[in-house]
Design a binder for this molecule. Structure first.
Ligand SMILES: Nc1ncnc2c1ncn2[C@@H]1O[C@H](COP(=O)(O)OP(=O)(O)OP(=O)(O)O)[C@@H](O)[C@H]1O
Length: 423
């Protein structure tokens, strides 16, 4: 009987212990779940790029994150700090663009004065005219005035200010200010005195580009894109790379321009709704509507062939490229006549081979921008190494020649002194 009572007590104790253990486990599980749900909420909040909602007098607020999602892929962790800055935007005052992007805001009057009442036009883009301006500080800049009726332009204006204001690289055209005043939206860029690559290649100007300059331009562009794809946080996909969006400074160094802007509708006989510029657009994007970094690589491939051939993509460049791809020296046939005799054909073929890889139909088979810039750099380095060897060789040769000359002088002196002795 006593034995039975003991068994009951033991049973109850074990049951109680088990009960307490289960209760503890349930308690811990609930706490763990609550904590993780909270973390998940925070992470989600961070990974949505809440960008400044416009409140400074140019129309109604726009869902800016929608426009950014097209060009900017957000990396959760790194961007957390920046995005917490962005959250402030939603309910705070006017000049937030300046505080987030860190670039100065100008008044309409400032710009009016700097452009001599908008009389110094440099060119006309699809979003409006571009003026040369001299600011009160003496700084020379280019001012892009957005057409006031462009709804899409407004959204892209904000993208441009918030994205470009954070991006700084020697191969990107720097945004140095902006203006939102009197119903006008303007972007102020560093001035690029040699204009666009398209103008230089097709503008019929006397100033042609030699091969060295073209190779350097290809390298500069690749470095600009490399910064956007692999250096910027969050990374940026340009979406509208073309020779008209490559600008050149006074030393013919190239910079990539127009982020957020210049996404004209592609006209392919029907209104496809695709963004980009006909002739540069990745065929895979047309099929899938999925724009990736490899689509930028495709557009860069087209620019490489523009540099080699000076044939505009609207003039059947693709057909010429396809013909050239049929043999290793096929590119010789489509080389810009201005370059004939004035370039190293091996270098041209190497650059063309990089271009062909960028234009692969399957995006996966296209190189990354890092690989492209390494390959272009290699072409330049090989040349420099060759030049070094040649200059050493020519120095050796000239040293040998001068040694022979010295010996000849010595010999003739010896001969004349011998003649004098025999006399
Ligand atoms: N920062 C700059 N410095 C000097 N000139 C510039 C600058 N930005 C633009 N321009 C000039 O203004 C012209 C128009 O430029 P914009 O970027 O508006 O249009 P685009 O790139 O030619 O065409 P789209 O708007 O269709 O992309 C360019 O061709 C160039 O000559």
């Amino acid at each position: 009987m006593a034995h039975k009572a003991n068994l009951v007590i033991i049973g109850i104790s074990v049951g109680l212990a088990l009960g307490i253990l289960i209760a503890l486990l349930v308690f811990c599980a609930i706490r763990w779940y609550k904590k993780h749900a909270h973390l998940r909420r925070c992470t989600n909040e961070r990974s949505v790029t809440t960008v400044p909602i416009r409140s400074n007098g140019f129309g109604t607020s726009t869902d800016f994150s929608a426009s950014l999602s097209n060009t900017v892929a957000v990396k959760g962790s790194e961007s957390g700090r920046k995005n917490s800055q962005f959250f402030l935007w939603n309910n705070q005052k006017k000049d937030r663009l300046a505080s987030v992007s860190g670039i100065p805001k100008y008044s309409y009057k400032d710009i009016q004065k700097a452009t001599q009442n908008f009389t110094t036009i440099l060119g006309q883009g699809s979003f409006g005219p571009v003026y040369k301006a001299t600011m009160a500080t003496g700084e020379v800049v280019a001012v892009k005035v957005l057409a006031s009726d462009s709804k899409q332009g407004e959204r892209e204006f904000q993208t441009e200010v918030s994205v470009l204001g954070r991006l700084h690289h020697r191969n990107l055209v720097n945004l140095v200010g902006y203006c939102v005043d009197k119903g006008q939206h303007m972007l102020v860029y560093e001035f690029m005195s040699n204009g666009s690559l398209a103008n230089l290649l097709y503008g019929g100007e006397d100033r042609g580009l030699n091969w060295d300059e073209r190779l350097q331009i290809a390298l500069d562009i690749s470095h600009g894109i490399e910064y956007l794809h692999e250096g910027a946080v969050p990374p940026v996909i340009h979406r509208d790379l073309k020779s008209a969006n490559i600008l050149l400074d006074g030393s013919m160094r190239a910079k990539v321009a127009d982020f957020g802007l210049s996404k004209e509708e592609v006209f392919d006989g029907r209104n496809s709704g695709l963004k980009g510029t006909y002739g540069y657009i990745d065929p895979m994007y047309i099929t899938t509507s999925n724009f990736t970094m490899k689509s930028d690589i495709y557009s860069f491939g087209v620019i490489i062939f523009e540099l080699i051939t000076a044939i505009h993509p609207h003039q059947n460049l693709t057909e010429y490229i396809n013909l050239a791809s049929m043999s290793p020296d096929g590119v010789d046939e489509i080389l810009d006549k201005q370059l004939a005799g004035g370039c190293n054909i091996e270098e041209v073929r190497n650059l063309a081979s990089i271009g062909h890889r960028c234009l692969q139909k399957t995006p996966r088979r296209r190189p990354s921008i890092g690989e492209v810039s390494q390959a272009v750099l290699k072409i330049k380095q090989r040349r420099l190494a060759k030049e070094d060897t040649m200059s050493f060789a020519s120095k050796d040769l000239s040293r040998a020649v001068s040694r022979i000359e010295d010996q000849q002088v010595e010999l003739s002196m010896m001969a004349s002194s011998k003649d004098r002795v025999t006399e």
